[in-house]
Ligand binder design. Structure first.
Ligand SMILES: Nc1nc2c(ncn2[C@@H]2O[C@H](COP(=O)(O)OP(=O)(O)OP(=O)(O)O)[C@@H](O)[C@H]2O)c(=O)[nH]1
Ligand SMILES: [Mg+2]
Ligand SMILES: [Zn+2]
Ligand SMILES: [Zn+2]
Length: 389
């Protein structure tokens, strides 16, 4: 693979040959050792802050390079913009960035945690795929900050800090499926980068620039919308615990408009052209609204669990959400989507499967997700990483 690449951590665009290297800091052949205190040694923002050996530029298309100062060989390739260590095979394997966005408290953090957990367990097995953190920070942070509190502590995580205030690095995973070949099969890797945005990010002007970059780099967008913030749905909800009513900015139609503006801001396309990136519009917390659905609704039946993307089932859900949108006073959403996106689909999910307790903890019955992997599998099918059936 050649051409232009996006850093999965900072979303800067660069050519493969611009990838830089970080010296190992070990004693080189000439008996010299690189000083960790030298210029350009600092680690990436969000890192441990410890001094690191220097970074140098040589043709980034090779897997290794010899440090011009100490002559030791290194295989550590780093992003030329943020100096974070790039995943193994970066530039050689397909890298897909999936942007996960949504208003404050729409359920992004819980959704991402449950999605990755599912892909590591049942869903991964079903799709004959495996997923793992692509770097040490992701492996550590996902387990410590996301998975354990939710699954072991039954705690729903607090509001995510807006970007900029603290350095939140995106979580980068390697998703591997088997691709059948004429003879046998070969693994197919896809790098996935999730940037857990804070709802506020979409409002504050400082972080708009960061979000524009993020959305411009994304190959697919998962937009989470909270139906409980919609006037027509709120009254129907069974939940004892309703999210505090948001401002106009949190209204799902306004969120969709904002996101669309951000994508259009850097698209470089003519005003009449529609956005080509697949957009999954995901209604979260569906557990609170299930009781209001028809007996025959596709959102009431157990989710089919085939080893491929089930297009027929997905289209039924899509049509059902379209119907619900008018019931929820959200027809404007459908108008915006049709006007601006060439490839979009609606989804209804519940990451928890049940309303949290009054003190906002996971129900004693545990996390029982419903259809959380559907939007992701749809986007992967659009990338050709999962088969459609
Ligand atoms: N009923 C129900 N409530 C949910 C579900 N997922 C999340 N919630 C509720 O929504 C709240 C917010 O979820 P988060 O995942 O933290 O939302 P967020 O979008 O990351 O929020 P910010 O980081 O503040 O932008 C949780 O504390 C839960 O109360 C779900 O599947 N069902
Ligand atoms: Mg969050
Ligand atoms: Zn060196
Ligand atoms: Zn970078």
């Amino acid at each position: 693979m050649t051409g232009r690449l996006y850093c999965p951590y900072c979303y800067e665009l660069f050519a493969e040959r611009a990838i830089e290297f970080r010296c190992t800091g070990r004693l080189g052949t000439g008996g010299r050792r690189c000083d960790t205190a030298a210029k350009r040694c600092r680690g990436p923002p969000g890192g441990s802050g410890a001094a690191l050996p220097p970074v140098f530029a040589l043709d980034g298309r090779s897997a290794s390079a010899v440090c011009p100062q100490c002559r030791s060989e290194t295989t550590t390739r780093v992003c030329p913009a943020c100096h974070r260590q790039l995943p193994v095979h970066f530039g050689k394997v397909r890298s897909r960035l999936i942007a996960l966005v949504g208003a404050k408290e729409s359920g992004k953090t819980v959704f991402m945690t449950v999605l990755v957990h599912e892909l590591m367990h049942q869903a991964g097995e079903r799709l004959n795929a495996s997923i793992s953190g692509a770097d040490d920070a992701t492996r550590h942070d996902f387990a410590e900050k996301y998975e354990h509190p939710l699954y072991r502590g039954s705690r729903l995580l607090g509001t995510t800090n807006p970007a900029g205030r603290t350095d939140r690095a995106p979580l980068v995973f390697r998703f591997t499926t088997e691709r059948r070949r004429l003879r046998g099969s070969a693994p197919q890797h896809t790098l996935l980068s999730f940037f857990d945005t804070a709802g506020e990010d979409l409002r504050s002007r400082q972080s708009v620039e960061e979000n524009v970059r993020y959305l411009a780099a994304a190959d697919g967008v998962v937009l989470l919308l909270d139906p409980l913030q919609m006037r027509g749905a709120r009254g129907l909800a069974s939940a004892a615990r309703l999210p505090s009513p948001g401002t106009v900015d949190d209204d799902p139609a306004s969120v969709l408009e904002n996101i669309t503006d951000l994508i259009l801001a850097k698209g470089g396309r003519r005003a009449t052209e529609r956005i080509a990136k697949p957009l999954a519009i995901v209604f979260t917390k569906m557990d609170a609204l299930t009781h209001d659905l028809k007996e025959t609704s596709p959102l009431r039946r157990p989710a089919p669990e085939p080893a491929y993307f089930d297009d027929e089932d997905s289209l039924e859900v899509h049509t059902e959400i379209q119907r619900l949108l008018s019931r929820w006073e959200g027809s404007r959403i459908d108008q915006i989507v049709r006007m601006h996106y060439r490839d979009h689909r609606y989804f209804g999910v519940s990451a928890l499967g049940e309303t949290p307790t009054a003190d906002n903890r996971v129900s004693p019955r545990g996390v029982r997700p419903y259809r959380v992997t559907d939007p992701f599998v749809w986007i992967l099918s659009r990338f050709g990483a999962v088969r459609t059936g």
